[in-house]
Write a protein that binds this ligand. Structure first.
Ligand code: ATP
Length: 308
């Protein structure tokens, strides 16, 4: 169990984390989602004992990270944003070195490395030098290092940053597999990743918790707006903005034009399909398409963090 208690962290005048309160029970996969500078890395660095908070604290399994960071570190595996892997070492030698550093018994070391190679799918690159690995494989080696002492909690700072789509799916699959037996807390910018991987999403904005729940729950409850997408022919952009923008429920009209066809997104305070249809009917426009958009995590994220 991880309890983030009224956590605040300033860098000089900059408030990076602002009175954050979150409880994470054992076994959850939690995605920390937020725009650049939201305070994700700062929160993870405090959790892993690498940074002191200005006030508040984090309690991990009853141990206060402010009072006993070393003890907390024992139950956490941490993969920072830029994985600190020595480029000149052979992967196997590096894992052996880390096993030694983490105090794994000599007779268990080889077995543990084999287990990690399987979990992180790195068996075939064990003999390679780290600097010759692709970014995806480097991340997997980083994951193996973080998992070496079989920590109860795994903390990953943007684990898929800079990876290509195939590598992202591979890392995501590994995270989901590891998440069956461990608590995982990871930060990401990628909304689809949070949606696909996490049991729970925490949206952080300007150091504050802006939303907390499963992706489905957030989609159902958080957003104040509904979206309609439509396609019109024989319509002029300014006239469309004026007519649809004047409807009571319509908050915003976004349009793009391509070869005389207008594609329109309406942000609405309620289901405005009937009003929109009636307004279109009075004009000389050809309605090719009109549909209520399913609420996406991206809409919610944009709404909650739009000043950024
Ligand atoms: P990103 O997604 O860009 O990594 P983040 O959500 O992880 O962002 P943090 O890196 O925690 O955010 O930064 C939060 C705020 O604290 C930002 O305004 C950032 O500029 C500031 N900040 C972070 N580290 C430092 C530092 N060492 N010194 C001064 N300000 C810092």
């Amino acid at each position: 169990m991880v309890r983030i208690k009224e956590l605040t962290r300033y860098y000089g005048q900059t408030c990076a984390v602002d009175n954050l309160v979150v409880e994470i029970p054992k076994g959850q996969i939690v995605g920390l989602l937020g725009p650049n500078g939201a305070g994700k890395t700062t929160t993870l660095r405090i959790l892993t004992g690498y940074l002191q908070p200005t006030s508040g604290t984090i309690i991990v399994n009853g141990i206060d990270v402010r009072e006993n960071p070393l003890e907390v570190k024992k139950s956490i595996g941490y993969l920072p944003e830029s994985s600190p892997i020595y480029p000149d070492m052979i992967v196997f030698d590096y894992l052996l070195y880390i096993a030694e550093m983490r105090g794994i018994e000599k007779k268990r070391q080889l077995e543990r490395i084999k287990e990690l190679a399987k979990i992180c799918s790195i068996t075939e690159i064990m003999h390679k030098t780290v600097s010759n690995l692709s970014k995806g494989y480097k991340q997997r080696v980083g994951l193996a290092l973080a998992l070496m002492s079989d920590p109860e909690i795994l903390v990953l700072d943007e684990p898929t940053s800079g990876l290509d789509p195939n590598q992202i799916v591979e890392i995501r699959t590994i995270i989901k597999e590891i998440g069956k037996t461990k608590t995982i807390i990871f930060s990401t910018h990628i909304l689809s990743e949070a949606e696909a991987t996490c049991d729970r999403v925490l949206i952080i904005n300007k150091g504050k918790l802006a939303a907390d729940g499963s992706a489905d729950m957030l989609k159902a409850n958080t957003s104040k707006s509904q979206y309609i997408s439509m396609i019109l022919q024989n319509a002029e952009m300014n006239a469309v903005k004026k007519v649809l923008g004047s409807l009571e429920a319509v908050q915003k009209v976004d349009t793009t034009e391509n070869s005389g066809i207008l594609t329109i997104t309406l942000s609405c305070s309620k289901d405005a399909r009937a009003d929109v249809y009636n307004a279109v009917k009075k004009q000389d426009w050809v309605l090719l398409e009109l549909k209520q958009e399913k609420q996406s995590l991206e809409h919610i994220f944009r709404e909650l963090t739009k000043e950024n």
